[in-house]
Design a protein around this ligand. Structure first.
Ligand SMILES: Nc1nc2c(ncn2[C@@H]2O[C@H](COP(=O)(O)OP(=O)(O)OP(=O)(O)O)[C@@H](O)[C@H]2O)c(=O)[nH]1
Ligand SMILES: [Mg+2]
Ligand SMILES: [Zn+2]
Length: 302
């Protein structure tokens, strides 16, 4: 077997991947034997570290996908088989992106993104784009998240507001923009990575529904170090492989309370002497966040 070399997957389409090796991007096919191995997860996605061999002058072959340190994934939407849909592997930071104007922010969906980031130990940052469309007055949802300890960055790809702070937060990390279609993920990346010119939705969308302009996820090198992924808009986000008994740990504001419940395996939904339920009643835990917890719990036990 010829010598193998390690690379980083920056784009992945059926059977072929673009791999970055020493600052250069090459196209490689995935070895047949790898493709035919049974699995419940995606074989090779952006952010994966792979071993590549070069059987002859003209071709590159991925012979191994290295274990993932972390991944942003969900349960594959639709009914089909129970399969993991991995969007990006080996992430340091998840840029959970929503916007002012349209499409309107859905905090239930935001909480799903946060839970997945917490479960995978990926640093979450909430990015609110289209600051130019913001109405006067601090929105109340933002204070609730900041008091839990989440960072909220208000930016505008259109006017450039907040872009320096955002760019600084990306330095030397592997980050990914994730969020619904139409919030401006690709627009933000175009502003950060000079000369990239990703496709963005060009006409204003009157219905506020995204149109899925980005179809294939891609990873881009940042000018001063680090990588930044663009991903297609997400409408459905069912958690994958999150044990129900771990769900309360994915809500950082419950940490101090969940240890004080009378029952060790307290679900924090109906038990007596539940410190979480008490904290919700007392207004010490945000009721909307608690409601997200209950819904995710119901879903996980369904
Ligand atoms: N007003 C305003 N509009 C913006 C801003 N940033 C992006 N947009 C607009 O939002 C729309 C969607 O932008 P995209 O960058 O394609 O959104 P996306 O999140 O990549 O969408 P998908 O690829 O479908 O997931 C476009 O019409 C942009 O021009 C902004 O800061 N302010
Ligand atoms: Mg896009
Ligand atoms: Zn409890």
């Amino acid at each position: 077997m010829a010598e193998t070399i390690q690379g980083l997957v920056v784009r992945s389409t059926a059977g072929f991947v673009d791999v970055r090796i020493d600052g250069e991007v090459i196209q490689a096919r995935i070895r047949g034997r790898l493709k035919n191995t049974p699995r419940t997860t995606d074989l090779c996605v952006i952010g994966d570290r792979v071993m590549v061999s070069r059987p002859d002058e003209l071709s590159f072959v991925v012979v191994e996908v290295l274990p993932r340190a972390s991944r942003f994934s969900r349960r594959q939407p639709g009914r089909g088989p129970n399969k993991e849909d991995v969007l990006v592997a080996n992430l340091d930071q998840l840029l959970i992106t929503f916007c002012y104007g349209r499409p309107v922010l859905k905090t239930r969906l935001l909480d799903r993104f946060l839970v997945i980031a917490e479960h995978q130990h990926i640093q979450p940052v909430i990015v609110m784009n289209k600051a130019d469309l913001r109405e006067p007055g601090d929105p109340s949802w933002q204070k609730a998240y900041e008091s839990i300890g989440y960072r909220v960055l208000t930016v505008s790809a259109g006017t450039g507001e907040g872009m320096d702070t955002l760019a600084a937060a990306l330095q030397d990390k592997i980050s990914a923009f994730v969020g619904p279609s139409g919030v401006g993920k690709s627009s933000l990346i175009n502003r950060i990575v000079p000369g990239l010119e990703l496709n963005i939705a060009s006409v204003s969308d009157h219905h506020g529904k995204g149109r899925h302009t980005t179809r294939v996820a891609s990873l881009h090198a940042l000018p001063k170090g680090g990588f930044l992924a663009d991903t297609p808009g997400i409408r459905e986000l069912a958690t994958w492989a999150l044990p129900i008994e771990h769900l309360d740990r994915c809500f950082p504001e419950l940490t101090t309370y969940r240890e004080q419940c009378a029952f060790r395996s307290c679900s924090h939904t109906h038990e007596p002497q539940c410190a979480v339920l008490d904290a919700v009643s007392a207004g010490d835990v945000d009721r909307e966040r608690y409601e997200s917890y209950v819904r995710l719990r119901e879903e996980a036990s369904a």
